[in-house]
Design a protein around this ligand. Structure first.
Ligand SMILES: [Zn+2]
Ligand SMILES: [Zn+2]
Length: 183
């Protein structure tokens, strides 16, 4: 007989590159997991970014290659997210905050542009952004698509301004979709 414990999935965050800079946002990463009633865990390991992912012309790391790297480390974990403080991109875009592959249960999140700003910007806003974008990628991993509601966690953000606009919660429609997906 299945126990309720089996129903609780775990999201494992793997620092890619600087472990310290990822661990600095541990609380937000765990909070993102709890929004979906997932167990969250941040591995205290140091995993260098795959060298092949670095594009010297763009001075950025290719998120698709990092996604492959994360999927190779996934092993028995339910869901896995690589978290890096480096700038990442996908070929058709200048940059991305993160990407997710629902079929492999893997995602990559970059805190580079979320935690970059003027000195007078408070740490609180950085923390809030990391929480929102981690929760956004988790939403994808659980099967959610982008949402047109600019206030919803699942709306696509192309700038920190757009990240700051949305609330750290799902809209009614996304909540219902999530409920349907988990039934
Ligand atoms: Zn997205
Ligand atoms: Zn929504």
């Amino acid at each position: 007989m299945p126990t309720s414990r089996m129903l609780v999935k775990e999201i494992v965050y793997i620092p890619l590159g600087s472990t310290l800079r990822t661990l600095a946002y541990e609380r937000e990463l765990l909070k993102a997991a709890s929004l979906y009633s997932l167990n969250g865990r941040v591995l205290n390991v140091s995993v260098p970014l795959n060298e092949e992912s670095y594009n010297p012309e763009r001075r950025q790391f290719n998120a698709l290659i990092l996604l492959d790297q994360v999927s190779r480390m996934k092993k028995g974990f339910d869901l896995c997210m690589g978290v890096t403080a480096s700038d990442i991109y996908v070929p058709q875009m200048n940059f991305v905050f993160g990407i997710a592959d629902v079929s492999r249960g893997c995602a990559v999140l970059s805190i580079f542009r979320l935690t970059f700003g003027r000195y007078e910007e408070s740490q609180d806003i950085f923390r809030e952004r990391v929480l929102k974008e981690a929760a956004h990628e988790l939403g994808h991993l659980l099967g959610l698509s982008h949402c047109k509601d600019r206030n919803c966690l699942m709306s696509f953000s192309n700038s920190v301004l757009e990240v700051d606009t949305k609330k750290p919660i799902l809209c009614e429609r996304c909540l219902n979709v999530l409920k349907m997906l988990s039934e």
